[in-house]
Design a protein around this ligand. Structure first.
Ligand code: NI
Length: 157
């Protein structure tokens, strides 16, 4: 396993559209493991392939300890409700902004075993699913931010 370099806002690659993964192979599994390790080392809740320079449709999300979601070619197939809260990004370190996201989303994706699955997440998990899948289409949370937060507002949360 390896900790990968996380690309920061301003690099044009973050605005590119990622390509589907055709086949889940040993390289895909290695990438997923490296992404998980990189996300954990950076204390993040999610990471998309593009953020480590791989323009492939793969994301990892971990909003509860040791319960990672690995999503290949993920698609949001249903969403419900809304939530407004603080959102950050490992590519935009030290900053947070208020965004509105669905309260609950259902994602269809392929897992590391090559099989399709669906998962429904709420709250922070739904927010993370939306945020990471947006990365695959070159979108950042700052595109939809209501306003950026001051550091003292974060401490209150
Ligand atoms: Ni992000």
């Amino acid at each position: 396993m390896a900790i990968l370099n996380i690309i920061k806002e301003g690099d044009p690659i973050l605005r590119k559209t990622s390509r589907p993964i055709e086949k889940v192979d040993a390289r895909t599994k290695q990438l997923a493991q490296d992404m998980l390790e990189t996300m954990r080392a950076a204390n993040g809740a999610g990471l998309a392939g593009v953020q480590v320079g791989k323009l492939r449709r793969i994301v990892v999300v971990e909003t509860e300890p040791d319960k990672p979601y690995i999503m290949i070619n993920p698609v949001i197939i249903a969403s419900e409700g809304s939530q407004t809260g603080a959102e950050g990004c490992l590519s935009i370190p030290g900053k947070w902004g208020l965004t509105t996201r669905p309260m609950t989303v259902t994602v269809r994706a392929i897992g590391l075993d090559g099989n399709e699955y669906t998962v429904t997440g709420s709250g922070l998990t739904a927010r993370a699913f939306c945020h990471e899948i947006d990365h695959l289409d070159g979108k950042l949370y700052t595109d939809i931010v209501i306003r950026m937060l001051d550091p003292d507002e974060i401490e209150e949360e």
